[in-house]
Design a binder for this molecule. Structure first.
Ligand SMILES: Cc1cc2nc3c(=O)[nH]c(=O)nc-3n(C[C@H](O)[C@H](O)[C@H](O)COP(=O)(O)OP(=O)(O)OC[C@H]3O[C@@H](n4cnc5c(N)ncnc54)[C@H](O)[C@@H]3O)c2cc1C
Length: 243
């Protein structure tokens, strides 16, 4: 038996357009973006193995020290590996590979009007005849090759539900790494060191949860108290794992 559920209030955004809008918003305010400036180390002072320690700066590639009393770690699957933090203050984040296809109907929109979600994937129509077909979920560490098996897996299930998908042109095959925690729930909120804030581990929902995460983190940085961080997202739930 087959069943379908219609959810007319389900919406989608194009993450590339969201990022472009975010960049523009930063550029028109006083946010200073430092691109291609990887953080090599977090600098902390005082205390022992996390107790009584305070964030003081981040060190960029090339040695430049940027003084900071508050640091938000939002480095995706690389968040757990940043140098400088004591073991007790780390959170475990792993990369989870995902492949997706960007497709295009040269005849324009019309094949689908709504997002179709099915076991193993989703097909998202954009307004201009483009479609996103995602996504594989693969535990392969930091390996990020596009594979024939990935494309097969994506098309196999989508074609069964929407046969017209086979006629679409392939524009792009994207491979990305999702940040996943051991329970696949994000880590949002203060860390074990004064001034340390986490916003990572969003796994398959980092775009969906970005506005909520930003609101919570920005509120806490601005001193709004008490910060209503969800208990399920606490950083200290992994203390035993990292130890
Ligand atoms: C195929 C695929 C499909 C997906 N589909 C969806 C979806 O439909 N809906 C949804 O909500 N989410 C989806 N996601 C998940 C979403 O993309 C992630 O949850 C989100 O990108 C996580 O955002 P982030 O900013 O935490 O990490 P990232 O996007 O990984 O960004 C981390 C950034 O930190 C930078 N960085 C790393 N180390 C350092 C350092 N030392 N110094 C400075 N910068 C550093 C990296 O270069 C990167 O730019 C999908 C992911 C994939 C791969």
């Amino acid at each position: 038996m087959r069943l379908a559920l219609e959810a007319p209030d389900d919406h989608s955004v194009d993450p590339r357009l969201v990022l472009a809008a975010l960049r523009r918003a930063c550029e028109t305010t006083e946010v200073r973006l430092r691109e291609h400036a990887p953080v090599m180390r977090i600098e902390c002072a005082g205390g022992v193995n996390g107790d009584g320690m305070q964030i003081t700066a981040v060190e960029l590639e090339g040695g430049e020290l940027v003084a900071a009393r508050q640091v938000v770690i939002a480095a995706g699957p690389w968040s757990g590996g940043l140098e400088g933090l004591p073991d007790r203050a780390r959170v475990p984040v792993r990369p989870v590979k995902g492949q997706l296809l960007r497709l295009r109907d040269p005849a324009g929109p019309g094949l689908l009007e709504r997002v179709v979600r099915f076991e193993g994937g989703y097909l998202v129509p954009r307004a201009d005849g483009r479609y996103v077909l995602g996504a594989t979920v693969e535990e392969r560490g930091f390996e990020r090759h596009a594979t024939a098996g990935g494309v097969y897996e994506l098309l196999r299930d989508a074609h069964e539900l929407v046969p017209g998908v086979s006629e679409l042109q392939i524009e792009e095959l994207c491979v990305g790494l999702r940040p996943g925690t051991p329970d696949n729930v994000p880590v949002i909120g203060p860390g074990a060191i004064e001034g340390l804030m986490w916003a990572t581990g969003h796994y398959r929902n980092g775009i969906l949860l970005a506005p909520l995460t930003a609101e919570l983190v920005a509120g806490a940085l601005a001193g709004e108290s008490p910060a209503p961080f969800p208990a399920a997202c606490r950083a200290d739930r992994f203390v035993a794992v990292t130890a």
